[in-house]
Design a protein around this ligand. Structure first.
Ligand code: BTN
Length: 319
């Protein structure tokens, strides 16, 4: 409900009367006032004038209320926000198991057990970055799951590009790269039966307002953030809203079978294709040239022993 108040105030040019808000939302004037007070406590600056009503002067850097006001589709109708949690993916998987609908979003301000791909840790300090997980329920076969990673990487890369102006590229399968450093990543987890995916959770981690001095020493040289790259603080709300809007649209493309279009979008954002690379999968290390990705999202490598398709692994681009 508070999200809808912010929506009404954001849409208005100037003041909106208390009567209009209470009429639109079916709330008493006292209930509207109570919500305005709690919005102010959350950092919204809302001017109140006895004759004219309310006017939004500024919104905090991150808020679920503004995020919901920016979202027009199905994604983000339900947002669970936590100051701290072990991992937003863990909670989203649990909610999905308990029938939470597609588009349910879990966001945390910090994670105590943030997880990356290949069993790695994902550094998740408080109040600076995006840690967000989205529940998807696509009707596709488990063998096509990589397409969800491709679709998510495209959505996140485009959203970050659009909201920050950064030249974001994708390193296969789903690392977000700016100036050769990692800005973010995606962790896809799912439950499936032999012939269908029951649900998937797309976990998105983006370094937004973290200073490079605050990164753990082991990633300081390989990670970056929006702040480090642009020199400016960015609004996590704006970036998250764009990601969710893009992901909903691109998932629709996937559901409509427009796979070639998604792959084309991915190719356009890729900094992997055409490069000489080394890919490690389990104990095996393969060297080759990254030629393309196929309809199942596998990387096609040309190697000394011929072409090879790889579904998962850790990739290093050779200079
Ligand atoms: C990667 O290794 O590149 C993937 C990183 C994914 C991190 C995000 S943060 C939100 C969600 N919760 C987690 O524990 N991990 C993902």
């Amino acid at each position: 409900m508070s999200g809808r108040i912010i929506g009404i105030l954001k849409e208005a040019e100037g003041f909106v009367s208390g009567a209009k808000i209470s009429g639109e939302l079916g709330l008493t004037r006292a209930a509207v006032w109570k919500r305005i007070r709690s919005l102010r406590e959350k950092g919204f600056i809302i001017e109140a004038s006895s004759g004219k009503g309310y006017r939004l002067l500024s919104a905090p850097e991150f808020s679920v209320e503004e995020l919901q006001a920016l979202l027009k589709g199905r994604f983000g109708k339900e947002i669970i926000f936590l100051k701290k949690t072990a991992s937003t993916n863990d909670l989203a998987m649990e909610l999905a198991q308990n029938h939470a609908p597609e588009g349910t979003v879990v966001i945390a301000d910090s994670q105590t057990n943030g997880r990356g791909r290949l069993g790695r840790r994902w550094s998740s300090p408080q109040g600076v970055n995006i840690y967000m997980s989205v529940i998807l329920r696509p009707e596709i076969a488990p063998k096509d799951a990589t397409l969800l990673t491709i679709m998510s990487a495209v959505s996140v890369a485009e959203a970050v590009k659009k909201t920050t102006g950064l030249d974001v590229t994708i390193k296969w399968p789903n690392d977000l790269i700016v100036s050769g450093r990692k800005l973010g990543g995606i962790l896809l987890e799912m439950r499936s039966e032999p012939d269908r995916i029951l649900f998937a959770v797309v976990g998105v981690g983006i370094n937004v307002n973290i200073r490079s001095s605050a990164f753990p020493p082991d990633i300081r040289d390989i990670a970056t953030s929006v702040l480090e790259e642009t020199g400016d603080q960015a609004k996590r709300t704006t970036i998250a809203a764009e990601i969710l809007t893009g992901m909903e649209n691109n998932l629709n493309l996937l559901k409509q079978g427009k796979i070639s279009l998604l792959l084309q979008m991915w190719r356009g954002l890729s900094s992997t294709l055409g490069r000489d690379v080394i890919v490690t999968t389990g104990d095996i290390t393969i060297r080759g040239t990254a030629e393309d990705i196929d309809r199942e999202g596998r990387l096609i490598l040309s190697t000394a022993d011929g072409p090879l398709k790889i579904s998962a692994g850790d990739l290093t681009v050779l200079r």
